[in-house]
Design a protein around this ligand. Structure first.
Ligand code: AKG
Ligand code: FE2
Length: 220
């Protein structure tokens, strides 16, 4: 489980601002994290590093199917997507309890994330290549729910369609994006017919939901 702690620290840095807070401080201590992380992830969470891209790590079985259903039910209850034309919700500051739980209980990140985006994609909908805004700190956590998809990474200055690195996101997976992966690579999801292929097979598209957690940079 040390690997898990190392990944979290690599992606989000040391627990800093709250280190004088006893509860929070303790959570980043080695043994506690092992016990709790084991409880949350089961015995063998499988972390993969995407070797071509520094700062990108993927855990395909981050959430159990029960945890995925609970999260989706919580999002549904928010009522953000009750109208078909609504496909994105953004929250700043105090996040809803389920998002806090995702961030504190599962990611062990202190201080808390204070920005949340939930994207709801119909089949065929995706997101254009982009680097997340600089007003967010390094270290972005992305949870993928419902339909599997392939997210493509390309270097910031690369304008051709070559050299894209595909990352396969199955339901319940967690992607940690930091360092070069966050600043030197763009990410995109092209769900138009023909683009969503993995292992030579086109992915059968259903609705997809993603949750991203970030921290706003401090404004001095
Ligand atoms: O939906 C996704 O998986 C990606 C979302 C994303 O890149 C973003 O909100 O910045
Ligand atoms: Fe993004």
């Amino acid at each position: 489980m040390d690997e898990y702690r190392k990944l979290i620290q690599e992606a989000f840095g040391e627990s800093s601002e709250d280190s004088d807070d006893d509860d929070h401080g303790q959570q980043m201590e080695g043994s506690n994290i092992s016990v709790e992380a084991q409880y949350v992830f089961g015995e063998n969470p499988k972390w993969e590093r995407i070797s071509e891209i520094k700062g990108l790590s993927l855990c395909r079985e981050f959430l159990t199917s029960d945890q995925q259903s609970t999260l989706l039910a919580s999002i549904l209850q928010e009522g953000w997507f009750s109208e078909a034309s609504h496909n994105q919700a953004m929250r700043f500051g105090d996040l809803p309890p389920w998002a806090k739980e995702l961030s504190t209980e599962l990611l062990k990140r202190e201080p808390l994330f204070n920005q949340l985006i939930v994207n709801s994609y119909q089949p065929g909908e995706g997101i254009c290549a982009h680097v997340d805004l600089m007003r967010f700190e390094d270290g972005i956590a992305l949870v993928s729910l419902e339909s599997s998809c392939v997210m493509h990474f390309s270097r910031v200055h690369e304008s051709t369609n070559e050299n894209k690195i595909p990352v396969y996101l199955t339901p319940g997976s967690l992607l940690l994006i930091s360092g070069e992966a966050r600043y030197k690579w763009k990410h995109e999801i092209n769900r138009k017919p023909g683009f969503q292929k993995w292992d030579g097979l086109e992915i059968h598209q259903k609705k997809r939901t993603s949750i991203t957690l970030r921290k706003l940079c401090k404004t001095e």
